[in-house]
Design a protein around this ligand. Structure first.
Ligand code: NAP
Length: 331
């Protein structure tokens, strides 16, 4: 997504290098010195200590030549409202929100973008100021002083990112395919609703708490009554199985999927939103049974790049961001 904010934020098209794979000999772009004009953005999560977002975003900010920094703050859910207001008061450009804040934030921002309202989750906040003419513009465009009137605007970049990552990393077109989604939490819900927009032939939604999968299925049936939906495992192999549960983050987690089903009916493609470990037991089993697999790194990259474009109005240097992520995750 490229967001244009007018001449003050003309698109920057930068040479961003080759295929974008990790190469330890490619130097990191160097950041400008921190000074009194440095602008801030950040990710709020709880916990947030292991977030890869600062590495990815600071590399991009350096590449774009912006005198900005991206930080990470551990914010407890009870303090989220205060923390958003505090960032606005201090002139932050924007925020990313991660677990467990995305759903809570929908009711905490002053304006919710229609897509974020539909997915029911906000993972990106842009702080905006009101011009003399009454328009709301990103705070990043106000160079001297913060405007008298500001607001927080909430967006969701996760949903588009999962579609793009599946298309790129698995070379997979969703239209006309049979898709199984494991998980109906914040990410699973957004993925299911967004993937339905791509017109798959059939969808299967599996979740530990069945009522949550039922809610998502009801919403999809309302917007896409032509897509057959089931809340059980299919009797024929699917084209894509997507893990959107948090199972696989920890070594001792059980599989997010019925193992006997996966072995009997391996999917042609498997995607796991988890990117650390790089290969979860779900992906390993699917790969061993012949599936083409990809982990959540591409999704992380694209949701972050789309956030950056929302804040800056510039094209995000995705190759630089991918390299920074791969460096961070290998280091
Ligand atoms: P969430 O809202 O907390 O949802 C967690 C999901 O996992 C729910 O479906 C939950 O089922 C299921 N689950 C948790 N523990 C389970 C267990 N013991 N047995 C069975 N199911 C269990 O989290 P989220 O925001 O949707 O995130 C889900 C995953 O996606 C996480 O691993 C997150 O790191 C990943 N993610 C990755 C990206 C990326 O950029 N790559 C972006 C967003 C999310 P119930 O509904 O029954 O609780």
């Amino acid at each position: 997504m490229a967001t244009s904010f007018g001449p003050a934020a003309a698109e920057l098209r930068l040479p961003v290098g080759g295929a974008g794979r990790y190469n330890p000999r490619v130097p990191e772009p160097s950041a400008s010195a921190i000074n009194a004009a440095t602008r801030l953005c950040a990710v709020y999560g709880h916990p947030v200590r292991h977030s890869a977002s600062p590495a990815m975003h600071n590399a991009a900010l350096a590449r774009l030549g912006l005198n900005w920094r991206y930080l990470a703050f551990d914010v407890e859910p009870e303090r989220l409202g205060d923390a958003i207001k505090g960032a606005a008061a201090m002139g932050f450009v924007g925020l990313n929100l991660t677990v467990p804040h995305k759903i809570l934030a929908v009711d905490m921002v002053d304006y919710v973008d229609p897509a974020a309202r539909r997915w029911g989750a906000v993972n990106t906040i842009r702080f905006e100021g009101r011009t003399g003419g009454g328009d709301w513009l990103p705070l990043s465009l106000f160079q001297e002083a913060n405007p008298a009137q500001t607001r927080s605007a909430g967006f969701n970049t996760d949903a588009d990112a999962i579609v793009r990552a599946i298309q790129e990393d698995l070379a997979f077109a969703i239209r006309g395919k049979r898709i199984l989604i494991l998980g109906a939490g914040g990410a699973g819900r957004a993925a299911a609703l967004r993937l339905a927009d791509e017109h798959p032939a059939e969808m299967f939604l599996i979740n530990r708490t069945r009522s949550k999968a039922e809610e998502v299925a009801t919403e999809i049936a309302r917007s896409h009554p032509d897509i057959p939906l089931s809340l059980d495992y299919p009797s024929q192999p699917v084209d894509l199985a997507l893990n959107a549960t948090s199972l696989g983050l920890n070594l001792r987690d059980p599989l997010p999927v019925n193992e006997a089903w996966l072995c009997a009916q391996p999917p042609a493609h498997a995607y796991d939103m988890i990117y650390r470990p790089a290969e979860t037991p779900f992906l390993k089993l699917a790969r061993e049974r012949g599936a083409k697999t990809a982990n959540g790194l591409g999704m992380l990259l694209h949701q972050g790049a789309d956030s950056l474009e929302i804040w800056t109005g510039q094209i995000a240097p995705r190759d630089t961001m991918r390299l920074a992520l791969e460096r961070f995750l290998q280091g």
